[in-house]
Ligand binder design. Structure first.
Ligand code: ZN
Length: 137
């Protein structure tokens, strides 16, 4: 299933980012999905939940943004919404020099971290940041 491989890829990328944020859990992930990326958002949401199980993303919310397919014609400069399946022929000059401007995106645009410590302490000590490490040296 295409959506499962996308979900695993998203989880993998966020997990890598999470390594520098020990003790932080992921609250929300925003993902832009292009109209032509071949991903069904509902199916992706289902797979995302499965892929998050047992990771720092467990329970995280997936918020998806829609990016419409857009194409432009090099000879005449016309730009149009491609729709799905994509219409890649320029309606003005019937030219074939069509460039796809957008619509194939599968891009994490934001990760929201929950400041929830892994150990239940009333006043958690913030993890050292590069700035504080710099002051000590
Ligand atoms: Zn054209």
């Amino acid at each position: 299933m295409h959506e499962m491989s996308v979900a695993l890829s998203v989880v993998d990328q966020v997990e890598q980012a999470a390594r520098s944020r020990a003790g932080h859990r992921v609250h929300r992930v925003r993902l832009d999905i292009g109209e032509l990326a071949g991903v069904v958002p509902d199916a992706l949401a289902f797979c995302f939940e499965l892929a998050c199980s047992g990771t720092v993303l467990q329970g995280a919310e997936l918020v998806t943004g829609f990016v419409p397919g857009r194409a432009s014609c090099a000879p005449c400069g016309r730009a149009w919404d491609t729709g799905m399946p994509p219409d890649m022929i320029c309606a003005s000059c019937r030219g074939g020099a069509t460039e796809l401007l957008s619509g194939r995106e599968l891009r994490i645009t934001a990760v929201h971290w929950a400041a929830e410590p892994t150990a239940p302490t009333p006043a958690p000590t913030p993890a050292p940041t590069p700035e504080t490490l710099h002051e000590e040296s």
